[in-house]
Design a protein around this ligand. Structure first.
Ligand code: ADP
Length: 607
């Protein structure tokens, strides 16, 4: 299956890592007051729990058995008073644990978001979006849960058991030693069970994600499957995945069912030993009836935290795997950063030069090799050539989404790495082939070009771009919602809005990837007009698919396999009768016949 599964695999192979656990705990440091309040209340409640059992011993021995009613009332009074204190403590630590988890999750998400904004395109080339989304959502949540509820269960367990043990020693140290032998056995058994149960659940999760993938592929590709008669084969593959998942789920359920009786059996042995040895101690006067009752209560009381701690321990492994991925995202270093001493260019109105530029995305696949180009300020360059030739790469380099591996790109007279990234990118306007719109209104989307623009500025930009005409035909005009990613608009309309956005930003350099998908004639004409306005007086690079744009460019760059095959104006290239001439006569013939004078610009007979 796809990359996503390789990425998912990591979770199942991660080992316990002390450093990561410390780093997880360090997330609570900025909220140390909450943590301190949490620990104080949980210690109070744990000690009170142990005191309650001790009080019940006193009530039996000194109140009931001794027939001392006054003492009985006194003790019951203390018990009731402490119950309120304990309830308050429970309320405080649960509220603080939840709050702490939320804060940590918020911090982690904020850090990840900030990092994701900084990371370069190359990071997004390598990393599937689904992987990033899981880090931001489920992994950060899992870490937060471990810090809040995991910490709660563990500290309640440790302090609860600790105070019980102290009180047991106060009552009868010999019997306390016997109980202490049972606790480690319980811990070991519980841990073993949890380890296996979790292992099975992990298998279920892994298989489940594969099944979801298979579902996804089959649903999205249902037409192809049907057309190729693959249904039977797909069903068989699906069965091969579901069967082990069913078995793993069954084993997990079976182990869970066995776990509780085993724990009960061990504690029954413990209680039996207390009854046997304690009974004898009572007979020789070393232990009271209340004392033996208290011991039994302590053992029963310990069962729950021991089980919980074993579960938390097993969960911790998953949280560590989550944390390692979250931290790897936070620690990712952007490939492109500001050089020390980089300055703001002030303006990018100046020549754009590529000097012996080499570039590759993957080391063994060069895309541009020794690429040299000099574009004068204000020139419009049309880039043409087959798919995969390197046109987008050239404009990506100009926008500094990537930097040359070798050679220099100079803008306005300086190596562009001398300028700050923001200084460059804020002065370059880009309209993509399928422009991205953010959910919100049309007005918001245009204003994205310059956030402090007034409504009048927005409308003026829309008019210049030629977008105004279609916007006012919409029911709510500029306040119409565009839907997520602009789904409610056509590609042509999205391009018009992007043009308006770019015009509002008033960039020094303009880059456009023309839409290849069909746009209706009216929108097409509007886009042409808008483009003309934004191109004039600006250094522009257009990955051109339309003849009209190409002909209007000052120079045409014919790119093939990352090299400039030809460069010149339309008339010059036509005269050369080379690549461009062939492209022109073959690819644009239909366009030519439909809309243009077929003889315009073509070589005169006998030329
Ligand atoms: P064009 O815009 O002319 O269609 P591109 O610049 O998109 O060409 O692509 C040039 C070459 O670089 C192609 O071989 C393409 O497969 C490769 N390429 C483009 N983008 C990436 C990327 N993000 N990661 C790896 N290879 C890429």
């Amino acid at each position: 299956m796809t990359d996503n599964y390789e990425f998912e695999e990591e979770e199942f192979n991660t080992r316990f890592n002390g450093k990561t656990i410390l780093r997880i705990l360090a997330q609570a440091r900025p909220h140390w007051k909450m943590l301190a309040g949490f620990l104080a209340s949980i210690i109070t409640v744990s000690v009170l729990d142990a005191i309650f059992t001790y009080l019940s011993k006193l009530i039996i021995d000194e109140g009931i058995l001794a027939g001392n009613t006054e003492r009985l009332y006194q003790l019951v009074g203390i018990y009731a008073g402490l119950i309120f204190l304990s309830a308050l403590g429970v309320f405080i630590f649960i509220a603080l644990a939840g709050g702490l988890g939320e804060r940590i999750q918020y911090d982690l998400r904020k850090k990840m978001f900030a990092r994701l904004q900084d990371l370069s395109f190359s990071y997004y080339d390598r990393t599937p979006v689904g992987w990033i989304m899981s880090r931001v959502t489920s992994d950060s949540q899992r870490i937060a849960e471990l810090v809040s509820w995991g910490l709660l269960d563990t500290s309640w367990g440790i302090f609860g058991i600790g105070s019980s043990v102290i009180f047991m020693f106060i009552i009868n140290w010999k019997l306390a030693l016997i109980v202490l032998m049972i606790v480690p056995i319980l811990v070991i058994v519980a841990s073993i069970f949890q380890k296996y149960i979790l292992g099975e659940y992990r298998k279920v999760r892994k298989l489940n994600s594969q099944i979801t993938g298979a579902y996804n592929e089959n649903i999205t590709g249902v037409r192809v499957s049907k057309a190729l008669g693959r249904e039977k084969r797909n069903l068989e593959e699906f069965r091969q995945l579901t069967s082990p998942m069913y078995q793993a789920s069954f084993r997990a359920a079976w182990l869970s069912a066995l776990f509780l009786p085993v724990v009960q059996l061990i504690s029954a042995i413990g209680i039996g030993s207390i009854a046997w040895y304690g009974g004898w101690q009572v007979s020789i006067g070393d232990l009271t009836i209340g004392g033996i009752q208290a011991f039994i209560s302590y053992v029963i009381f310990m069962l729950f935290p021991v089980q919980e701690m074993a579960r938390v321990y097993a969960e911790m492994q998953r949280a560590v795997a989550s944390a390692e991925r979250v931290f790897s995202l936070i620690d990712s270093v952007p490939d492109i950063t500001n050089k020390a001493g980089a300055s703001d260019p002030g303006s990018l109105r100046g020549d754009v030069e590529f000097e012996h530029v080499c570039f590759y995305y993957e080391e063994d696949k060069p895309v541009l090799n020794d690429f040299t180009l000099h574009v004068k300020a204000g020139e419009t360059i049309a880039l043409v050539g087959p798919t995969g030739a390197g046109k987008s790469t050239i404009v990506n380099l100009i926008a500094r989404f990537y930097e040359p591996r070798q050679g220099v790109i100079r803008i306005a007279g300086r190596d562009y790495t001398d300028w700050t990234l923001h200084g460059i990118q804020s002065r370059i306007g880009i309209v993509l082939q399928t422009p991205h719109l953010f959910s919100g209104t049309i007005r918001d989307n245009i204003r994205y070009g310059r956030l402090n623009a007034t409504d009048e500025d927005v409308e003026r930009a829309a008019k210049t771009a030629g977008a105004h005409e279609f916007i006012i035909t919409l029911e709510k005009g500029y306040d119409e919602q565009v839907g997520e990613g602009g789904v409610l608009l056509s590609v042509g309309q999205k391009q018009l809005i992007s043009l308006a956005r770019a015009i509002l930003a008033d960039p020094d350099i303009f880059i456009m990837d023309e839409a290849t998908s069909s746009v209706d004639t009216l929108t097409e004409a509007l886009i042409q007009k808008g483009m003309e306005r934004i191109l004039s007086g600006r250094t522009s690079f257009v990955i051109a698919h339309r003849l009209s744009t190409i002909k209007r460019a000052d120079r045409i760059l014919v790119i093939e396999k990352g090299r400039i095959e030809e460069i010149g104006s339309h008339a010059e290239l036509i005269r050369q009768k080379g690549h461009y001439y062939r492209l022109y006569t073959q690819q644009f013939r239909r366009e030519l016949e439909q809309e243009y004078n077929p003889y315009e610009g073509l070589p005169v007979a006998g030329d």
